[in-house]
Unconditional design. Sequence first.
Lengths: 265, 317
Amino acid sequence: MKNFFELKPARVIKVINENPITRTLRLQIKNQEKFQFLAGQFMMIGLPGFGECPISISSNPKEAAKSFSLTIREVGELTVKLNRLKQGETVYVRGPFGNGFPLVNKSLILIGGGCGFIPLRSVYEENKSRKDIKLQILFGCATQDSLVFKKEYSKIKNKHDFNLILEKETMPGFSSQKGFVTDLIKKKKLLNDALVFICGPEVMYKYVVKELLVKKVKPENIYFSLEKRMHCGLGVCQHCAIGTKYVCKDGPVFNYEFLSKNKYL
Amino acid sequence: MDKFLAKLIGTGLFYAPSRQDGQVKVLPIEDQRQIDWSGDMPVNSFKNIFLPASETLFENNKAIFENENKTFVWGMNVLDLQALTLFEQVFEKDIYFQRRRQNIFVCGYTGGLEADYRRYKAQHLSYEENILEHLIFDVFIEKQKDGNFLAFSGSEKGQQLLEENGITDYENIEFAGIIPQKGVNPVIAAKRLAIEQSAEDPIWDELAQTCLACGKCSIVCPTCFCFDEKDKAEFANVKKVRQWGNCFYPEFSKVAGGHKDLDSVKKKLYFWYTHKFVRIPDEYNYYGCVGCGRCVRVCPVGIDIAKNIQRLKKEKS
């Protein structure tokens, strides 16, 4: 019988500094060539003595056989410790867990807030070269210092409709005004009949939904990725339950209709 | 029966209901005279034997399987066997539960099944004639009015145990699935609907005014199985432990940064009831509450789960 709680060692093959408190760890496990994941799925990552936590995968699912990346913001004891890891060191993982984002079969709008852009990057990377669909990205953050994947923005902007807004400052070449991601939604002409994938702090969700519905986006096209406390990842320990479902097993990606029916949004 | 019990007690750990300080409790015992035969509902449940309040899963990343000693669990009543039947579903793929369970002999007991349902005021559950066919156990003993015992086996392990001990006059009960009906159990479905549609009901505000969120209900509940995983470091030795969780405790839903989904007693209460009456039925098509009444007896402010369910069902209809 398989031991679901078993953590596997993963080697840090690269560390990328995203901002003063966020790093991307590129990881490789034994038999990496057999590893697969879906955009929007997450891993449990831990260090002996510091416990485990769920972290979204930020890399391209098509490159899973080579490596995968976890982008980690320091918010607690474990994440601070994780972000001190250096190339060549070992960390422990299990997963992937969760459902991931649904199949992208039409144009796609990615809406991110702060480090919410982390799982969306996986979706972006997977779909960035497709000719059959259009991509639109709306991204809000507090300051330049809290941005993730900053070095990639110019490249994204050259190919796709990339829009950035900061709450507390402007950013030459990207954002001449201050504001929230909702201001971008109000201002922009959104792609027609597109899927909308959203990830960010949960306080942002109800405001984003409100603006999307004003713009006549169909509720069934709206998906959110949620963050919850988790211990098992198997839908047993109950920490991540919302209404009738588990964020670890049935989520972390939920359709807006489910969340509104469960009075979650 | 005395000889049988003496032999079991001599061969492994032995748990049974026993009277201590005027209360019937599930305790490890060393002498069959300590067994309580009254059939009274023990104040605690048997779950600690199957899912310890704290167990080590790993030591320095190596899986540890604690306590694989032969263990006898004596005197589980029919409601507690229902709770175990649920655990068998929930932890079906859990290697720690399954390995421990292999060495546990579950011995159920009754002084009369139908009478049990009345005395336990099994609330929302009613007596079903073929109940034994739908329960997971190894051996079941029924004490008849004349003082004689009837023995039943519910597994090969149980058959073997009886025969090894010279008990050949027993009936083998063929397991017929966890519920008698095919499809959705209507009793479960009615309660499920009442709870699911009660999110806006004033009952949760009313209960939140008295509930202390002490979590005692969850500790004594035989079906509550939430758990936490924690690392414990002692010098260079790191253990990963699993401990009972409790959705009434403040840390339960706390995420890094401090946000909590369950930030009010009202939300905690609704979460607890939703787990029992909605999520468990959805996942396992089984009872999330077996109606043992332990939570009612232990609640310091007298919250009665059966009355609350009745009220919500009535409001619904």
